[in-house]
Design a protein around this ligand. Sequence first.
Ligand code: CA
Length: 226
Amino acid sequence: MAKILIIEDELELVKVLRSYLENAGFSVITSLRGDSGLTTWHNESPDLVLLDLNLPGMDGIEIAKAIRKEASTPIIMLTARVEDTDRIIGLELGADDYVTKPFSPREVVARVKAVLRRSQPPETAAQVVQVKDLVIDEESFKVRQSGSALDLTRTEFAILLLMAQHPGKVYTRLQLLEAAQGVAYEGYERSIDAHIKNLRSKLGDKADQPRYIETVFGMGYRFKED
Ligand code: CA
């Protein structure tokens, strides 16, 4: 049973999320403060964190940074403002996904399942994709570039793996989102741009002179063929 930590200060929201997640078969622990939430994360090692942005004690940004320093625990941010999303998925934070308030608890449960699904080892035989100077290991979620390990989020990993498996093939934002999260929500396609931006930065790739990821205007992205 996967363990979900909810760090959120709106008690009613916590109650609703807890009940939906428990009905879906998850074990749920909660914290109403940021500082105690981080302590709980340390003590309980949850499989996933649902993290509010504005919290007493310590804000969600600081908590996500602190978690990322130590572990790749999947994080889904709960945010009230759409304009925060670039920052949330941005490099400085590395959250795996976000939902904007007000949200339906059902949608949150679907996101939790999707993020956890892509954190699990694949059912089919894991493969190692070697392309250009990259070695992408599906089993360990590790990517090496000329031998050096890259620190990718699960979402970035899924996007890179899919594109690198099929160099030259153009993927729409919705397709990439679906591959990364198992589900794709209309209106969230643009979050892919933030993930691509992070990937490029981590790969040392440039949008105007790409070695790996090409923007295909009006369509989406593709892994560059040699
Ligand atoms: Ca709050």
